[in-house]
Write a protein that binds this ligand. Structure first.
Ligand code: ZN
Length: 248
């Protein structure tokens, strides 16, 4: 196959080697293709250096801002240009220090925002798709159908007991094609989406079942696969499907 067929997958690959079956074929290609291998290695290196820069930025000494502010106060008024420059420098350092000390807050905020976006996309998708592409009440038939259509292994989550399966579809959440399974909870229409958490920037993030925009919504990860669930059933009914220890 051509390099372009693997481009998108390689752009998501977390490392040169991975146990994740999703990346298996693409990484195998990169192993035999110098162009793709170099491109992947370069991206991973850039990401690593960005992360390193962020880590060092976090170690700006606490007293730096006050010492810079103190310095600017000592500048004599007859040198307005220099004073202005130092004041500007001080405010930059202040901004950098504030933003790095607030980094974890920002990181959390971004993740919450990404999570919120995923919930809304899932709800919209649930509202728009009423008829599954593939009708079946057999879970393994559905897994096979989705795996073949999406060229990756699609499995049912283990922490939730899904019984009344109706069918499956390929669905778009934002710009990503994901798998969608339609099923019933307490006789109410429900959708389960599965994707790779990296696609939405929400690694390890979970949202226990909650009420949102008129639906019950939950988001979680299992073995590297992300799931979002939208149901017209009550939040309590959705909660009951999960292994009781899962949210603790
Ligand atoms: Zn290639």
């Amino acid at each position: 196959m051509e390099c372009s067929a693997y481009r998108e997958t390689l752009d998501l690959a977390p490392a040169i080697e991975s146990d994740d079956p999703y990346f298996e074929e693409a990484l195998k290609h990169a192993g035999n293709c110098e162009v793709c291998h170099d491109k992947l290695a370069k991206r991973l290196e850039i990401e690593r250096s960005i992360k390193l820069t962020m880590d060092t930025m976090c170690h700006v000494p606490e007293n730096l801002v006050s010492s810079i502010l103190h310095m600017t106060r000592e500048i004599k008024p007859e040198r307005p240009k220099r004073r202005l420059w130092l004041a500007t420098a001080a405010s930059f350092i202040l901004i950098i220090t504030l933003s790095t000390s607030g980094w974890s807050y920002w990181d959390n905020y971004k993740r919450e925002e990404a999570m919120e976006k995923l919930c809304v996309l899932s709800i919209r998708n649930h509202e728009l798709s009423h008829t599954p592409e593939f009708l079946s009440d057999n879970k393994s038939h559905i897994s096979n159908w989705l795996s073949v259509r999406l060229s990756r292994l699609v499995r049912f989550p283990e922490v939730i007991g899904i019984d009344k399966v109706i069918g499956a579809s390929r669905s778009a959440l934002g710009t990503h094609i994901v798998s969608a399974v339609q099923f019933e909870i307490d006789g109410k229409r429900s959708s389960l989406y599965s994707y790779y958490p990296d696609q939405f920037g929400i690694q390890n993030a979970v949202t226990p079942p909650k009420f949102e925009m008129g639906y019950s919504v939950a988001v979680w990860n299992e073995k590297g696969v992300g799931y979002s669930l939208v149901s017209e059933a009550k939040v309590e009914k959705v909660k009951m499907l999960f292994n009781s220890s899962f949210w603790n």
